[in-house]
Design a protein around this ligand. Sequence first.
Ligand code: BG6
Length: 503
Amino acid sequence: MSGTVEDSMTERVQEQAAVNDGLVLFGGNGDLALRMLFPSLCFLEAEGLLPEGLPVLATGRSAMDDDVFRALVREALERRAPEAVATGAADRLLARTHYIAADVTHLEEFKRIGVRLQALKMSNPLFYLSVSPSLYTSICQGLLAAGLTSGEARVVMEKPIGKDLASSRVINDQVQAAFSEERIFRIDHYLGKETVQNLIALRFANTLFEPLWNNLTIDHVQITIAETQGVGDRWPYYDEYGAMGDMVQNHMMQLLCLVAMEPPSDLQPDSVRNEKVKVLRSLRPIGRAEVAQNVVRGQYAKGVVGGQQVTGYAEEKGSESQTETFVAIQAHIDNWRWAGVPFYLRTGKRLPDRDTEIYIQFKGVPHSIFAGESRQDLQPNSLLIRLQPEEDIVLRLMNQRPGLSLDGMRLESLPLSLSLKTVHKTPSRRRIAYERLILDALNGNSTLFVRRDEVEKAWEWVDGVNDAWRRAGLPPKPYAAGSWGPAGAFALIEREGRAWRED
Ligand code: BG6
């Protein structure tokens, strides 16, 4: 070994490429595991992407044997992954799936888990924590005490990591006592969505956009994550987090970072994550003096969504609450690239449509050569990156409207669309975001996972906004379920002469 920087880089990459020899699913019989994780594994198995013969050990509190557990998973797979089941993938996966009942709050339980891992010949497993974050610490302590965290063993954690900066630090410290940072994989499932990754390709695999991607050409950016569903029986969790902790701190911040980051030098995990952290560090804090002008909080009241009468959040919870189910924010990134470009962020539950999109509005032409009506037709270019319900990328360009008119040339804005569904006939199904993430975690690639400092920087900013609200004593404004949030959300953007994008 010559010991050059390049050699050590290669070693690092090779080291990261070690594949886990088993998967241990804590919360293996829980909702996320049955709805998302097992179906993802089954699709990966069907495509031959799982490491050959990978054993899976699920743990949960309920007592049951392997056969009862397999029947439970099979039922979920038949509903969620019928295409993969039809290929025989479920049979293969279930034959390697095992179950152990364990109370993870007791250290001794991990000895039993260790014995089972040995029997299944797992020496470097991927531990997936699909449990309440309140159990992360005891699981990591248990794994450490039982000597199960060495070698290439890795851990995957779901959000939320903490309720604020202080509590997220405590969790991160405790998990890091058992696993080194490069073996901790913090999931934000938005990063597993294909269009989110496509954003990286769009920005950095084309020369077209990068010269325009700045405050000279872009007027503003909108990021919307709208959901029609309500909180329902998740309120015990949701009431503590609100839209800020549930969506903004993680999914929204990740989308913002990918839109705003500088080009990384390569796709190595730290190259990308360093650039994302720089964006989070540049986010302008919103304090007590700015909060009323820049942030709108709402909470849904009863209303109609998709033709159905639905109850309000307070009725679902059974009591009054100060928790926001909607938030609209005008954010600024204080750096050279983005100075003066507002980022309008909006997310909420019980909105009229399910719609997740990033909308980049460019500035208008500096001087219009068109007069009369055609001058009015003139609209700025825009780029829409739609993640949900359909994946689509639409660049709007001005064209001459065909036809003769005594008024001269008429203009119209036309879409140049890159509908992923139309372009790629296969795979016809939408991939589950977890497929990509499980695959990457098993292979030790953490590019699409969130580093500790990202989580903490995002909390720091969110804590600032939450604190400003508290000090300003601003309760969330009610909005009718099925509407686009409180009137203030429109005022937030319209007072600057802009508007939320509408279809
Ligand atoms: C989760 C939130 O992280 O993301 C939920 O906890 C939210 O409240 C969900 O509904 C949205 O994810 P998706 O992929 O359906 O947009």
